[in-house]
Design a protein around this ligand. Structure first.
Ligand SMILES: [Zn+2]
Length: 232
């Protein structure tokens, strides 16, 4: 029979939350308007996973979603996590889709890049990687060699994927949060980060949130996050 003291100490142990992960902030570049391009990393493992939000500055939930996720994300000993809460700080500050040059950074990558835009807000820049924000992200990915990535957008409410071996992961995430898997978002995306990851053989999940109130949005998608981090 357990002693009363042992029972109490066991109960306290069970209720203690897991130790918070310690993150190191680093700056991987500067925006057009001189803001820090800020990232956070944790873990000493060899499996690097890179997640970013806010590459489109006028989308409502991705940046707070990244902040909340980073506050609770676990990190396994074999992992090295890199979180970019806001990849387009000028756009976030100015509430524009593009950066301060009005370039859609998610059309500015060097894969199937096209000078044509389906609407002004998709302006892809004067050439691939013309913008400091996309160059800095490109160089960070080249340097850290993530085994998989996720980019968080809104408000299309789907799990989209590019690159190799992503269907199973996207399907598991979809089952966890009840959001449909889509292999494309219904229109071409030349020069997108996804096209570049596909060409670079880096699995990329694009998680499209809704624009509903933040707490409802968080509850809807949160079950998919550990599926993403712990996949294989
Ligand atoms: Zn977007």
């Amino acid at each position: 029979m357990l002693s009363a003291a042992f029972t109490v100490s066991l109960a306290i142990k069970v209720q203690t939350p897991p130790t918070a992960v310690e993150w190191q902030r680093f700056v991987y570049g500067k925006s057009v308007e001189g803001r820090d391009l800020e990232a956070w990393e944790t873990g000493q493992g060899t499996q690097t996973i890179l997640v970013l939000g806010g590459i489109h500055g006028d989308e409502k939930n991705p940046v707070p979603f990244m902040k909340k996720w980073r506050a609770i994300a676990p990190c396994r000993p074999d992992q090295h996590l890199i979180f970019i809460e806001c990849a387009n700080p000028d756009g976030q500050n100015n509430q524009t889709r593009g950066n301060a040059h009005k370039v859609d950074l998610n059309r500015n990558f060097d894969a199937d890049w096209s000078p044509e835009a389906r609407a002004p807000r998709y302006f892809p820049g004067s050439k691939p990687l013309s913008e400091p924000e996309s160059v800095a992200l490109y160089e960070l990915i080249k340097r850290t060699k993530p085994m998989r990535m996720m980019s968080i957008h809104g408000p299309l409410n789907c799990v989209n994927f590019d690159g190799p071996d992503c269907v199973e992961l996207a399907t598991e995430m979809s089952l966890a949060c009840g959001v449909p898997v889509k292999s494309d978002i219904g229109y071409p995306t030349p020069g997108s980060l996804g096209r570049w990851c596909d060409a670079s053989k880096i699995p990329l999940i694009t998680l499209e949130l809704t624009s509903e109130d933040f707490s409802t949005c968080w509850r809807r998608y949160q079950p998919a996050l550990n599926v993403f981090l712990n996949f294989k």
